[in-house]
Ligand binder design. Structure first.
Ligand SMILES: [Zn+2]
Ligand SMILES: [Zn+2]
Length: 275
């Protein structure tokens, strides 16, 4: 868990981002602010256990949707691993619009890229490049010897394209909800999964909000009770909560709300935890 956060700039929850690590190869999902530093924090150099998350090893990334809390780390994801030695293009898979966003980020940083390539800082001429791929339908979107990645559409307010992902690795099936209101698709894809990583908000705190925000959150996000229903249907071996909207609630309150109707294993995701 690189970042379990959301738009609120909590110092205890870095921007939304997850790394799936298979055979020392990292696959990043979502680019919330702070992700590259969080990845570094998980490497032996900074006291962590995962050499795989050394910046230069980050070559594959997947984006659920274009909301800023999932994308403000994108320039960091493109540029820092290059500066640290990545010598091949970043492969990115995301919703329609990712091509345009990629093009514009590279445009915004063209002076930096030019200086590093042709100034006094020797840099390779591959690592800053990005091959971006737009996901247009529910399908397998990526496959290599470590993972098969499937994308499925999720309801996130009026976003035209918001995706969840299922990673099938040699030893685990991991489903990531992305930002979503309660979704049948998530329940379907997470059936029997080893880990369901799901977004969440506290229902008791939601009940204290005004009508405008209640309507917004009901159409865009998933409450503890709603997630309990999904988990009862899918029966994953473990649920990890992320993109957690505490709104002042404690971890215990969140878990208690879920436990009222779901008795499977649920973990409140914390930055830098490994599952
Ligand atoms: Zn979000
Ligand atoms: Zn969102």
């Amino acid at each position: 868990m690189l970042g379990s956060g959301n738009p609120n700039p909590s110092p205890f929850q870095s921007g939304c981002s997850v790394a799936i690590v298979v055979n020392n190869t990292p696959y990043i999902v979502d680019f919330g602010p702070g992700l590259i530093r969080q990845a570094a924090a998980m490497t032996p150099k900074y006291g962590g256990k995962l050499e795989a998350l050394d910046a230069k090893n980050i070559k594959h990334a997947f984006l659920t949707h274009l909301h800023s809390d999932h994308t403000t780390g994108y320039p960091d994801l493109i540029l820092t691993p290059w500066v640290m030695g990545r010598n091949e293009p970043l492969e990115v898979y995301g919703p329609e619009g990712i091509n345009e966003m990629t093009k514009n980020i590279l445009k915004a940083y063209e002076e930096d890229i030019r200086y590093r390539l042709y100034g006094e800082e020797p840099a390779n001429n591959q690592g800053w490049r990005v091959n971006s791929h737009e996901i247009t339908k529910e399908d397998t979107i990526y496959k290599d010897k470590n993972v098969v990645v499937e994308a499925f559409p999720v309801p996130h307010g009026t976003w035209p394209n918001a995706w969840g992902f299922r990673f099938t690795t040699p030893d685990k099936v991991i489903v990531i909800s992305g930002d979503t209101a309660p979704s049948k698709k998530v329940a379907e894809y997470a059936k029997g999964a080893d880990i369901l990583i799901h977004e969440i908000y506290c229902k008791a705190k939601y009940d204290e909000k005004n009508e405008f925000w209640k309507k917004y959150h009901a159409l865009n996000h998933t409450s503890t009770y709603e997630l309990a229903n999904i988990a009862n249907e899918a029966k994953p071996k473990m649920v990890v909560l992320y993109h957690i909207l505490f709104w002042g609630a404690t971890e215990e309150q969140l878990l208690n709300e879920i436990a009222k109707t779901y008795n499977g294993k649920v973990i409140c995701g914390k930055d830098l935890d490994i599952y």
